[in-house]
Design a protein around this ligand. Sequence first.
Ligand code: SAM
Length: 161
Amino acid sequence: MAANKVSNSGKAIGIDMTDQMLEKARENAKKGNYSNVEFRKGDIEENIPLENNSVDAVISNCVINLTTNKTNAFKEVFRILRHDGRMVISDLITDTELSSGEVNSEQWCECIDGALTKENYLSCMRQAGFEKIEVLEERAYMDGDKINGRKITSLVIKAVK
Ligand SMILES: C[S@@+](CC[C@H](N)C(=O)[O-])C[C@H]1O[C@@H](n2cnc3c(N)ncnc32)[C@H](O)[C@@H]1O
């Protein structure tokens, strides 16, 4: 999808930490005959495999909530974005965060137990250096049903470096 958005001289670079996802992405790029896309392996909390100030835009769907250190993930995004570059992310947040002892690993992998409150999520972005932050969309996740007693919300946020 990103490859369709960038111009012919542009490039889309997909990042994931698992070989399985990278393999699937490369297969899809091959099927679609895309030559302006490549995939790199990396842990976004540790080191996104891209140079400082090197990309125009970062998009992400339902990944940050899976990380254990959201501020580090946002710091890495901030590092690779050029000045005035933008990040648009879609993610899940919750009304009640869990302590580490309450976390269920399966529920974490389903993007639920690692979710932060909106306040803490935005705070992680600010700590990473983002100042210009705009909430583009906020809506109930899964018809607004509570999951394990907690309200889960889907959020789309734009932040500019
Ligand atoms: C819920 S899937 C979303 C995938 C894709 N964005 C989509 O919308 O279909 C989450 C993906 O994030 C990757 N992921 C989770 N934590 C990561 C990390 N710290 N660094 C890199 N990739 C990570 C997982 O391997 C998985 O492929």
